[in-house]
Design a protein around this ligand. Structure first.
Ligand code: ADP
Length: 744
């Protein structure tokens, strides 16, 4: 290099360049070069020589040495500095061969320009790369829907991405300088501000879930990460906030929580035992019933709580877990209040497609099992009862209007009975039908519980039998009739038998009367013939004596005496005969009076149900009598009373007994027609009767029997209407042995 005293420097002796502080230029870390007024290089310090490869450049102009400066920022600034003599700083790029960025400080010095510069390519590239990375990051984070905000002191924003603006519903400009409180949900301000303050102090990052609120009032849930960056010790740390919107997540979580609470309360309010166990037999969930009745809490192991049953439970659970199918078991199990029967349904508990254990619901069915057993038992009893009876048992479902009949019904109906009410009513005798059907319908509305009715019913053979039908009405809790259960019994044979007995009894009485009369009649014919014939002869003789004039009075007297004696003899014969005919003389013993009275009334009134009977006989009153004959007397009197009341409106018979001295006096009074006047003095004579076809021997027999007992019989004048017949029999002595019934 021509004339150069020092490397990189033109000889400047005697010029202004001589004043350049070369030593300083050499010592500085920047590159330094100096241009003279003609744009020629007159100095390079060592660093600039390295940077620019300045070998032949001293003395040459910048424009020729670095042609690309023409029209560039370099030329523009240098010329301005040369002109204005004011230093300027700029950064610019110089292409090949340098291909570098320079930060340049151009300083005017006398008529020269001192250029301080440094290669900033590396820094520049780094910050460009950084910017690009940031842009990429921003794109990615925006895509990931994450909001990023970086703010410094006084909430001055350094960075905020699109997403955060969108979350907060505000623009970057609106948010710049806005404190967190301005866009945080009021409920979340106090606690989140406290956390922020605390962590800022220690500069430790934290993570929270909080709600932001947009200007339109919409609430946005975010998961927020906050960290702090310190660029310089003196300053406050900057804050970086990364927020991810989780509103949907939170809502879903809230819904899930609500569902969980709802489910828990449903499970807890269940009467059943509900529990979940894992595959190891540990309770994961137990409902309220399970906790209160058995004290089983989640976390407990079945083996600890139910050591004896655990094996059985394990086997059941394993079956459910291995098969993946539900299992229903009925098992007896010791509960605090004794052994109970449970029905348990177990199903696999699945999560993420994997069986984690079992879910079980256990119902206490003890009461049901018990009542089912009771029902079976009562049904069995009912079935047996129905088998044991010939009655047709029926059950009328009033709601459905159907009737079920027992199998025993077929013996009455001769066929399988139909289920309708019509089937039954069709078989009722037409004359009874309306009355019976209306009667039962009225009964249903009456509020009574028992119904009974006798009616004629068509039997299997088509004939009508007399049935006795009884029903019992069942009501529900409201009192509405729901069912009626009853039985129909064919009482035809019983009624027919009773009628036969009555007929026989009437015949018997008739026969006894007729035979008594016949016996007496034929005996009379024989026995009385003789004394009457003798008496007749005496009377005939007397007639002749009287006709002959001058009668012998003594002879007449004798004839009369003889005739009287014969007639008296005939009367005596009749009396004796009566005694003979009427069972001979009485064989007496102590008899409790009430018994023959009751029996006689029953027989005498069997065909006269409309007669009101009053018996006033002390239950322990006893007489000395032949009970059969005593009953016959009473029978005749009661029967006569009943006959006398035929056609009368009021029909009442009273039988009374009273002690009169050594006797007992019995009275039978009635409300009949009364004794016919023409009968009054012939009542007890044989063949005296006012009845068509009457024999007129009843009272006569009564007198015979009463007198055979040493008593008397008479008719009393009746005070009102009707008749009163009274008789006496000896009272049983106080120390007499008891009647046979009691003697036993
Ligand atoms: P019979 O009953 O066959 O007529 P009784 O000797 O039993 O024979 O009765 C004789 C008559 O006495 C009856 O026909 C009747 O006129 C009358 N007599 C009996 N008992 C009563 C009575 N309780 N009320 C009215 N008259 C009666």
């Amino acid at each position: 290099m021509a004339g150069s005293a020092l490397s990189g420097r033109i000889d400047t002796t005697g010029t202004a360049a001589g004043a350049l502080p070369i030593a300083l230029f050499e010592a500085t870390t920047d590159c330094v070069l100096v241009l003279d007024r003609d744009w020629r290089f007159i100095y390079f310090n060592e660093r600039s020589q390295d940077e620019l490869d300045t070998q032949d450049l001293l003395g040459k102009t910048i424009w020729t040495s670095f042609p690309d400066t023409a029209g560039s920022t370099f030329e523009e600034v240098y010329r301005r500095v040369a002109k204005n003599r004011v230093s300027e700083t700029f950064e610019a790029y110089y292409p090949d061969p340098l291909d570098a960025w320079y930060e340049v400080h151009a300083v005017p010095f006398h008529d020269m320009i001192v250029v301080f510069f440094r290669n900033t390519t590396k820094r520049k590239r780094a910050s460009e790369a950084l910017l690009q990375r940031y842009n990429e990051l921003d794109t990615v984070l925006s895509y990931a829907r994450v909001g990023i905000m970086h703010y410094a002191e006084d909430h001055r924003l350094v960075v905020i991405n699109e997403q955060f603006c969108r979350i907060l519903g505000r623009t970057r400009e609106e948010l710049d300088g806005l404190p967190m409180e301005a866009f945080t949900h009021p409920d979340d301000i106090p606690w989140s501000a406290a956390i922020l303050a605390k962590h800022r102090e220690t500069e430790t990052p934290f993570y929270i879930k909080k709600r932001y609120i947009r200007p339109d009032g919409e609430v946005i849930w975010c998961s927020v990460a906050v960290s702090f960056v310190r660029y310089c010790e003196a300053e406050e740390p900057a804050t970086i906030v990364v927020a991810r919107e989780i509103t949907e997540e939170m809502e879903a979580q809230q819904r899930a929580e609500e569902t969980r609470t709802l489910l828990q309360s449903v499970v807890d309010s269940a009467e059943d035992l509900i529990f979940v166990k894992n595959t190891e037999g540990r309770f994961v969930l137990t409902n309220e019933r399970m906790r209160s009745q058995f004290g089983v809490m989640p976390g407990e192991h079945e083996g600890d709580r139910f050591p004896e049953e655990a094996g059985r439970f394990r086997a059941e659970d394993d079956e459910v877990i291995s098969s993946g199918k539900r299992l229903v078991v009925e098992e007896r199990f010791p509960a605090p209040e004794g052994t109970r029967t449970f029905q348990t349904i177990k199903v696999p508990w699945q999560r993420d497609g994997e069986i984690r254990g079992i879910i079980a619901i256990s119902r206490d069915i003890s009461e049901r099992v018990k009542s089912e057993a009771a029902l079976r038992e009562s049904e069995e009893r009912f079935r047996l009862a129905a088998l044991a009876t010939e009655d047709a048992i029926w059950e009328w479902d009033l709601r459905r209007g159907t009737i079920e009949w027992s199998s025993s019904s077929a013996s009455l109906t001769g066929e399988k009975p139909g289920n309708s009410l019509d089937w039954w009513s069709d078989r009722i005798h037409p004359d009874d039908r309306e009355d019976v059907v209306n009667g039962i319908l009225r009964f249903l509305e009456s509020g009574d519980q028992r119904w009974e009715r006798q009616y004629r019913f068509r039997r299997a053979d088509g004939s009508h039998g007399i049935v006795f039908d009884r029903g019992y009405l069942v009501r529900d809790d409201d009192g509405t009739p729901t069912r009626m259960i009853g039985a129909i019994c064919d009482i035809t044979p019983r009624i027919e038998a009773q009628e036969r007995i009555n007929r026989l009894q009437a015949q018997l009485v008739q026969i006894s009367r007729v035979s008594a009369m016949e016996a007496m009649g034929s005996t009379l014919a024989h026995e009385i013939n003789q004394p009457l014939a003798a008496a007749g002869n005496y009377l005939l003789g007397l007639g002749r004596i009287m006709a002959g004039g001058e009668p012998d009075l003594a002879a007449v007297q004798s004839g009369i005496d003889q005739a009287h004696a014969e007639v008296t003899r005939a009367g005596e014969i009749i009396r004796r005969l009566r005694r003979l005919v009427e069972h001979g003389s009485a064989e007496t013993r102590p008899v409790r009076l009430a018994e023959p009275v009751r029996e006689a009334a029953r027989l005498a009134l069997s065909q006269a149900a409309d007669v009101a009977l009053t018996v006033a006989v002390p239950p322990d009153m006893e007489v000395l009598a032949d009970p059969v004959q005593l009953q016959q007397v009473l029978f005749n009197l009661i029967r006569n009373s009943a006959d006398a009341m035929r056609g009368c409106a009021e029909k009442a018979i009273t039988i009374e007994a009273e002690r009169t001295g050594r006797d007992v006096c019995l009275r039978v009074s009635d409300t009949g027609r009364g004794i016919a006047p023409e009968m009054s003095d012939r009542l007890f004579s044989a063949f005296a009767s006012t009845k068509a076809g009457g024999l007129g021997v009843g009272l006569s027999i009564c007198r015979t029997i009463v007198e055979a007992h040493g008593g008397r019989i008479w008719a009393e004048p009746a005070p009102g209407r009707g008749a009163v017949f009274a008789f006496t029999v000896p009272a049983a002595p106080a120390d007499s042995p008891p009647p046979p019934a009691e003697a036993g």
